[in-house]
Design a protein around this ligand. Structure first.
Ligand code: DGY
Length: 324
């Protein structure tokens, strides 16, 4: 059987890549020049399927280069890099990877919260810089037990974070567009966005990036938070107005931020956020474990192969054009 022609904006982890090669001729759009480089146009002109990673912009202009495209398979749960309407207009289903990264991403978000509360990376810097000597002391952190955690966006990952927070003895309030029917079961209490900002000791953000949530946290929102608040973002950088966060941290309007995502991403190495003492930043590693990235890659291949065969994608963002 002839192989499908596909393009990819990056390389999948080995088991998934091998499976892809059984069925597809793969051209990787490589802008770094490290592997056999194909231009974007060259990769896309015959492509029937596209594997995309979250850092590649998939818009109408790119789709126009791929007249034979029948499926886009994103190797991430978020898909704000893809113009979904443009794909839907062309009848192209878009797959993503929900579910398989929930616990891994929740672990990272909660780890950021713990590091912030117990000043773990500052402690390490203190030791590494030779400041831990007889008689020196290190500033105290705070207990999570008994504190109120505000979760903005109580989807699958937000819920997994709430389970971890419960185990640590926290009270949990949440804000979401949709109120949950299982609040009692989860042990969470609904709050309006404004209430949450004022009541929470720690805030974790887990909303999708949409036109509505872009810049959701700006000057007014940081001003509403407690001056002792710890703010964690492991969702998408542009949900936060970076300038407003910088201002809030510089002037101690909030105590601390721990971020797995930033805007821009990556941050330039001379960015003023990097010079602050009350911030911890990791390089967008929410789902970055070998097991989870492997599962995401396998699900992306499932989605791609289903779309190429004209079958429903197991995880499809634009259901209206998912194959019947
Ligand atoms: C996701 O899957 O959306 C992760 O944030 C990786 O981009």
């Amino acid at each position: 059987m002839a192989k499908y022609k596909i393009a990819a904006t990056g390389k999948l982890l080995p088991p998934a890549h091998q499976r892809l090669l059984e069925y597809c001729d793969v051209k990787i759009i490589d802008k770094s020049g490290k592997t056999p480089a194909y231009s974007q146009a060259e990769c896309l002109k015959d492509a029937e399927g596209l594997i995309s990673f979250a850092n590649a912009k998939i818009d109408g202009e790119l789709l126009a280069l791929a007249p034979n495209l029948r499926v886009v398979s994103q190797v991430a749960v978020g898909y704000d890099n893809i113009d979904i309407d443009a794909c839907t207009k062309r009848g192209i289903p878009v797959g993503n990877t929900p579910g398989v990264l929930v616990d891994t991403t929740a672990d990272l978000a909660f780890a950021l919260l713990l590091c912030a509360a117990r000043r773990i990376h500052e402690g390490w810097n203190f030791v590494r810089e030779g400041n831990w000597r007889p008689g020196t002391s290190f500033p105290f952190g705070i207990d999570l037990r008994g504190r109120t955690l505000g979760i903005v966006g109580l989807g699958q990952i937000g819920t997994a974070v709430s389970r971890r927070a419960k185990a640590f003895g926290m009270n949990i309030i949440y804000f979401d567009k949709f109120r949950r029917k299982d609040e009692r079961e989860l042990g969470v209490t609904y709050a309006t966005f404004d209430e949450l900002l004022g009541k929470a000791d720690c805030i974790i953000v887990f909303t999708q990036l949409t036109a509505e949530t872009r810049g959701l946290f700006s000057h007014k929102e940081f001003a509403r938070m407690k001056p002792t608040a710890i703010f964690v973002n492991a969702a998408r950088g542009p949900i936060v107005d970076t300038g407003a966060l910088l201002e809030a941290l510089t002037n101690n309007r909030i105590a601390y931020a721990a971020l797995d995502v930033t805007d821009p991403e990556p941050l330039p190495t001379d960015h003023p956020l990097l010079k602050l003492p009350n911030i911890l930043i990791t390089p967008h590693i929410g789902s970055a474990t070998t097991e989870t990235r492997t599962s995401m890659a396998q699900l992306a291949v499932d989605n791609l192969l289903a779309g190429l065969a004209g079958k429903p994608l197991p995880a499809c963002v634009n259901q209206s054009v998912n194959y019947k």
